[in-house]
Design a protein around this ligand. Structure first.
Ligand SMILES: Cc1cc2nc3c(=O)[nH]c(=O)nc-3n(C[C@H](O)[C@H](O)[C@H](O)COP(=O)(O)OP(=O)(O)OC[C@H]3O[C@@H](n4cnc5c(N)ncnc54)[C@H](O)[C@@H]3O)c2cc1C
Length: 379
């Protein structure tokens, strides 16, 4: 029997798993390779830090989805590909053969070029690593009675949300000794977002006494300080790093066509440029028309990936797809309000938070127990 291997339980593969549960593939066995049993929905992670959600509210059970799709799951991670033998090498020492491979392994933290980062900073990815480390950091904050300097390095949407979420948590828990510093490489926070939202967020940070340090590129992280290419160092008791998305090294090492950063080049059908029996979607992919690394594009790629994997398994031609031009950013501000940014337009209010909260909860519920019950009720 031929084997389809799904590498990673990312946003696009969630749609593939759902599709397989609805209609199994004839004549193919399918294997999901994932280091974790669950996928934490990153859009809700700042809400978990702020104290609005329990971690289970943000979790999608990959093992349940695999069971529902009647496919095998292997709890390990890919470390390399052999494209002559069509095999995946895994961290647990196993080698997995594939006839068709689909990659949705997301990004790695962009810390490779920052000496000291792996030793002295807490990266947001892998998200499971952060989820395990955050309560330990909370204990340190609580145990320290004098001032606690918390640096958030990286001021894209995720960094801004996290800084504001920690601020909210500090308010509700009475951590008046915590000072939060958000550091970014642009003059204003919210790198990658256009328009007025950036100025509004900078004002909001100031109102909440979150120290903003812009136009700084970190050069090195020492045990208790961040050193920059220019300007004075920033001292910290803890540093959380959200410095962007980097590509894993193994696609390029294996000989796949990648963009300059190492992300897998794919055609409009999501097939890898030089290897049509390998598909990739989400942040690990470099689309023909480049898009920012964002969950929105990974989610949108899901149904296309599902359809094209099925087509290839059934000997049909895969269909082309073009990601939408723009994505709506919904950025929570910690206080159960949020900012919506669409191009140069932006809005802020409690209604934006309620809207984001509904979208996020519905997304997770769409892959959860309620969904399973709904499916069962239909049969
Ligand atoms: C705090 C935070 C908040 C964010 N909020 C938003 C938001 O509100 N909206 C938005 O659009 N984007 C948001 N993002 C960005 C979003 O998280 C990413 O763009 C999105 O996760 C990319 O999806 P993906 O499917 O490519 O990968 P991921 O969601 O990262 O999934 C990859 C999966 O592959 C697994 N995996 C990793 N390596 C391997 C391997 N070697 N072998 C096998 N499996 C592997 C991982 O465990 C994971 O299950 C946020 C990011 C962060 C950090």
């Amino acid at each position: 029997m031929k084997q389809l291997v799904l590498l990673g339980g990312g946003h696009a593969h969630l749609a593939v798993l759902k599709d397989l549960a609805e209609r199994p593939l004839e004549g193919w066995q399918v294997l999901l390779v994932t280091p974790f049993r669950r996928q934490i929905y990153s859009g809700m992670l700042p809400g978990w830090v702020a104290g609005h959600y329990a971690i289970d509210d943000c979790a999608i059970a990959l093992d349940t989805l695999a069971k529902r799709a009647r496919i095998e799951i292997s709890l390990t991670a890919c470390t390399g590909l052999n494209l002559s033998a069509n095999t995946v090498a895994c961290t647990d020492g196993t080698t997995v053969h594939f006839d068709l491979l689909s990659i949705d392994t997301g990004p790695e933290p962009a810390l490779g070029n920052l000496p000291g980062a792996l030793e002295h900073a807490l990266p947001i990815r892998p998200i499971e690593g952060f989820v395990a480390a955050w309560p330990v950091l909370v204990k340190r904050i609580v145990a320290q009675s004098n001032s606690f300097e918390l640096a958030v390095l990286g001021a894209g949407a995720a960094g801004v949300e996290l800084a504001l979420a920690i601020h909210r948590r500090a308010l509700t828990e009475g951590w008046s000794h915590v000072r939060i510093t958000l550091i970014g490489s642009d003059a204003l926070p919210l790198e990658g977002v256009a328009g007025r939202a950036r100025l509004d967020l900078a004002r909001l940070l100031a109102q909440r006494s979150i120290r903003w340090i812009g136009e700084r590129r970190a050069m090195r992280i020492a045990p208790k300080q961040i050193e920059f290419e220019q300007g004075a160092s920033v001292e910290f008791d803890a540093c959380i790093a959200l410095t962007g998305a980097a590509a894993p090294s193994w696609p390029r090492t294996a000989g796949m066509a990648t963009d300059a950063c190492g992300f897998i080049r794919v055609a409009s059908t999501l097939q890898a440029t030089l290897h049509p029996h390998i598909l990739a979607a989400g942040d690990v992919a470099a689309y023909e028309n480049p898009r920012p690394k964002s969950g929105v594009f990974a989610v949108r790629a899901g149904p296309v990936l599902a359809k094209n994997l099925r087509a290839l398994c059934e000997g049909e031609p895969p269909q082309p797809w073009s990601p939408q031009q723009r994505a709506l950013y919904l950025i929570s501000t910690g206080d159960q309000q949020a900012v919506a940014a669409w191009g140069r337009w932006s809005w802020r209010g409690a209604w934006v938070w309620r809207w984001k909260d509904r979208i996020d909860r519905q997304f997770v519920a769409g892959f959860g127990a309620d969904h399973a019950r709904g499916e069962k009720d239909k049969t």
